[in-house]
Ligand binder design. Structure first.
Ligand SMILES: Cc1ncc(COP(=O)(O)O)c(C=O)c1O
Length: 369
């Protein structure tokens, strides 16, 4: 394409798309020698019976997947004790976030998120031409209810609240969330991506409050991040409209089969969840002994303040030199933090050994290893 043609095509992009940078070609994908602890996946293979359902589904690859995800939505309704018209199914819960932003926001509107939060929301708001209002948790990590009701979030079309929160791993008691939902007449989107690792969940509240949408994913607690299955639960009048604007055939046959099978075999994950909780405690303690300050987590990851002297990006590079990926965040106040997913025991041992080695390299007197 000549430059003149390119300029003309770029000029006809929507205003929002024109403001975006073209993504660079990207990092090479890490091979299997790397330990990937940067995106909160669950490290275990699917239980055998669920794997078999995935393989069987591939034999129907020549057909489109079932329209409107009906069987999967029925399975979710049965598993979670709600009616099928209260359920929407998505290609991961991130697809559902996108549908919610498209449905509720027009250019100039505003949306609020608890901060720091899942940064994908910022991009979704930007794509709608909406203003993104970030509200900080109180110092004790509780909800600033007055601010959410009467402060800068007052005019937001909806409020996004992840519980447990990403990237902090902190958890707000469901009674506090109910307090907010009861007092507000705006939509509250409660993103429970990590709730299976937490003490309680808020799903039951959808039967009491029509202004609540609850999002779940099978990516984290059911080890299907690469298959993409998520759900939204809420009032049928809202859920039905969201389904109506969803992409046709948004999921695929493997996602349907695996989702239905996971929901039928949730008990098969008890050891998996026990392992994550156990390693979460062990790694929290070990990192603390190395001089990190770890925020108590209710999710399958830890947010840790690195020992003084270097920032989070420096530690990320130091881990990368040992073929370990951890996450860092550009957000103000998170410069000195890394986020690490809870993997297998072997992966976490390797991570802790690497952390100990890095401590020795920078000669941190605090390092006991
Ligand atoms: C808070 C939160 N919500 C939603 C998602 C999206 O999950 P998925 O699209 O895999 O269902 C993530 C993924 O990291 C997340 O951290």
């Amino acid at each position: 394409m000549s430059d003149a043609k390119l300029q003309s095509v770029l000029a006809s992009l929507s205003q929002v798309a024109r403001q975006l940078d073209a993504l660079p070609s990207g990092r090479p994908a890490p091979d299997s020698n790397w330990i990937k602890l940067d995106t909160n996946e669950n490290p275990f293979p699917l239980p055998k019976i669920i794997m078999q359902s995935a393989i069987a589904a591939l034999e129907r690859q020549y057909l489109y997947p079932e329209d409107d995800n009906i069987s999967l939505r029925e399975a979710a309704a049965n598993a979670y004790g709600v009616s099928v018209d209260q359920v929407i199914a998505g290609n991961g819960s991130s697809e559902l976030l996108g549908v919610i932003y498209r449905a509720f926001l027009a250019p100039g509107d505003s949306v609020a998120m608890m901060s720091p939060g899942f940064s994908f929301n910022r991009k979704l708001a930007m794509l709608q031409g909406a203003q993104f209002v970030e509200i900080e948790f109180d110092e004790d990590q509780s909800l600033p209810i007055e601010q959410l009701l009467f402060g800068p979030a007052k005019n937001a079309k909806f409020i996004i609240l992840a519980n447990p929160n990403n990237p902090t791993g902190t958890f707000v008691p469901v009674a506090d969330i109910e307090g907010l939902v009861a007092k507000s007449d705006r939509l509250i989107v409660l993103d429970e991506a990590y709730v299976d690792f937490a003490p309680e969940n808020g799903l039951r509240l959808i039967n009491r409050y029509s202004n609540l949408l609850v999002l779940r994913t099978l990516s984290k607690s059911y080890a299907t991040a690469g298959i993409r299955v998520g759900f939204g639960f809420g009032h049928p009048e809202i859920i039905g409209r969201l389904r109506n604007i969803q992409n046709v055939f948004n999921m695929n046959v493997v996602g349907h089969a695996v989702g239905i099978s996971v929901l039928a075999h949730r008990a098969a994950y008890a050891d998996n969840h026990r392992h994550i909780r156990h390693e979460r405690r062990r790694v929290t303690l070990a990192l603390s002994q190395l001089g990190f300050s770890v925020i108590p987590s209710h999710a399958n990851f830890l947010l840790a303040r690195v020992p003084t002297g270097q920032d989070g990006s420096w530690w990320q590079s130091a881990f990368a030199r040992q073929k370990i990926l951890v996450a860092v965040f550009p957000d103000k106040g998170l410069e000195n933090y890394i986020r690490v997913s809870i993997g297998t025991k072997e992966q976490m041992d390797a991570f802790l050994c690497a952390a100990g080695r890095i401590c020795r390299i920078v000669n941190m007197s605090i390092c006991p290893y």
